[in-house]
Design a binder for this molecule. Structure first.
Ligand code: ZN
Length: 161
C-alpha cells in the first residue's frame, strides 16, 4: 500500500543539519507513526513521502519554508529583566511561555545583556535546511476514530487526551 492521505505511516528517521550534525532521530524500537495528509509532520517531508511504499528509503533535503518556517526577526524582542520577575536563573537556553496579545507563546532566552533579556519566539529549527534519512516501515489505513481526531492512536487503540 502506498502512502496517501488518510493513511497511518510508520517511519524511522534521522534529521541532520547542514553540518551533518544529528538534530533528532527516531528510537529504533519506537518508529514515528503519523496520520498522512493532516499536517501532523512538516509539509516538506509529508510531500516527499506521498506515493512512496513500505520499505522505501529516502534521503531528502527540506528548505526552511517547507520545514519549520523562515527565521522571523519580528518574533525576537528584548525586555527588561524585571518583566521576568519571579523567574530564577534567567540565562540563554531557558524556555518560557510568553503572554502576547495572540495568546501564550513558547520562547527561548537567546541573550542576556546587562538588564536586558532577549526572547526568541522562533521554532529552534526555523530558518534551517533539514536533511532527513527516512525509511518507511509500515503504511495502513487510518481508523474512523483516528480520522475524526486527526491523529494516530496506539496499536491497541488506546490513547490519552
Ligand atoms: Zn485521539
Amino acid at each position: 500500500m502506498a502512502v496517501a492521505p488518510d493513511c497511518v505511516v510508520t517511519i524511522h528517521y534521522t534529521l541532520k543539519d547542514d553540518a551533518g550534525e544529528v538534530l533528532d532521530r527516531s528510537v529504533p524500537e519506537e518508529p514515528l507513526a503519523y496520520l498522512h495528509g493532516h499536517g501532523n509532520i512538516i509539509p516538506g517531508l509529508e510531500k516527499q513521502l506521498d506515493g512512496k511504499n513500505i520499505g522505501d528509503a529516502l534521503t531528502v533535503t527540506i528548505a526552511p519554508a517547507e520545514g519549520y518556517g523562515e527565521y522571523d526577526d519580528r518574533l525576537v524582542q528584548s525586555v527588561p529583566r524585571r518583566a521576568l520577575r519571579g523567574i530564577k536563573d534567567v540565562k540563554p537556553g531557558l524556555r518560557l511561555q510568553a503572554q502576547t496579545p495572540e495568546g501564550s507563546r513558547a520562547v527561548i532566552v537567546s541573550k542576556v545583556l546587562g538588564d536586558m533579556v532577549t526572547l526568541d519566539g522562533n521554532h529552534p529549527l526555523a530558518g534551517k535546511s533539514l536533511h532527513f534519512d527516512v525509511r518507511i516501515e509500515d503504511v495502513r489505513a487510518a481508523t474512523e476514530e483516528e480520522l475524526s481526531h486527526g491523529h494516530v492512536h496506539g496499536p491497541d487503540g488506546h490513547h490519552e487526551h
